[in-house]
Write a protein that binds this ligand. Structure first.
Ligand code: PGA
Length: 240
């Protein structure tokens, strides 16, 4: 596991975008694993700028997002599909048909999970997975628990996650309590993983990721089993 500590959020977003750009240069038909949340927004802005400047090309890229609230309609402005369209897909030359987000309207979430993992495998597996981290160590919506689930599945959000996400809703009662998330193995099968974290409120999560032994009560610790993980964080996050 490598750690890149950047001066601030802007520099961190630059470094993350450079890695994605290098990936697309080396393999124009890359399979990207993408994340929502506040953390990757700066990276997405830079990727949009690079695409507009003709420096990177998304025309052959396929993407799979980590998670989606459940149930939620794709056109709900709180959905992760909506977030991705607004923050990246609508502004770059990606074919929207090549972008996949778990279907928050699926009538059968078990089937949705199976077909999601099958689609990732059929595409050849994720080349580069972008991750955020929850204050509780979740990756995707794999929340701390006695057992972690391997494949894409429906899950309950923990109270900590509901509270953290309530900042984006009018009230905490509006935050969905369930999600469909890529599972731990779905994530760990990615060839390379870049985890982004910024700000003091992620200090504990990153410290525990680095210090803890591998434990299901801190899902991010499983990243230690992966041969190619880069953590990019800012000084506030690293130093606390
Ligand atoms: P954030 O979410 O980027 O909004 O902090 C990250 C996460 O919960 O995984």
């Amino acid at each position: 596991m490598r750690i890149i500590v950047c001066k601030d959020y802007e520099k961190m977003s630059d470094e993350a975008a450079k890695i994605v750009a290098a990936q697309l240069t080396l393999k124009p038909d890359s399979i990207l694993g993408l994340a929502t949340g506040s953390t990757p927004i700066g990276m997405y802005q830079r990727l949009i700028d690079m695409n507009k400047a003709g420096e990177i090309d998304f025309s052959k890229v396929k993407s799979f997002n980590l998670d989606e609230y459940y149930p939620i309609k794709a056109d709900n402005n709180q959905s992760y599909r909506y977030f991705m369209n607004e923050n990246l897909f609508n502004h770059v030359n990606i074919d929207i048909n090549n972008t996949r987000v778990p279907n928050g309207e699926a009538s059968d979430p078990v089937e949705e999970g199976k077909s999601y993992d099958a689609a990732i495998d059929a595409a050849g597996g994720i080349d580069l997975q972008i991750l955020g981290i929850g204050r509780n160590g979740h990756i995707g919506f794999n929340e701390p628990d006695e057992n972690l689930i391997m494949g894409t599945h429906r899950t309950m959000l923990t109270q900590d996650t509901i509270e953290a996400n309530s900042r984006l809703f009018n009230s905490i009662d509006e935050v969905p309590t369930q999600a469909i998330t890529m599972g731990m193995v779905s994530i760990l099968k990615s060839k390379m993983i870049v985890l982004l974290a910024n700000g003091k409120n992620k200090h504990e999560a990153v410290k525990k990721l680095l210090d803890d032994t591998i434990t299901t009560s801190n899902p991010a610790t499983f990243l230690k089993t992966h041969p190619n993980v880069v953590i990019i964080c800012d000084e506030e996050c690293y130093n606390g």
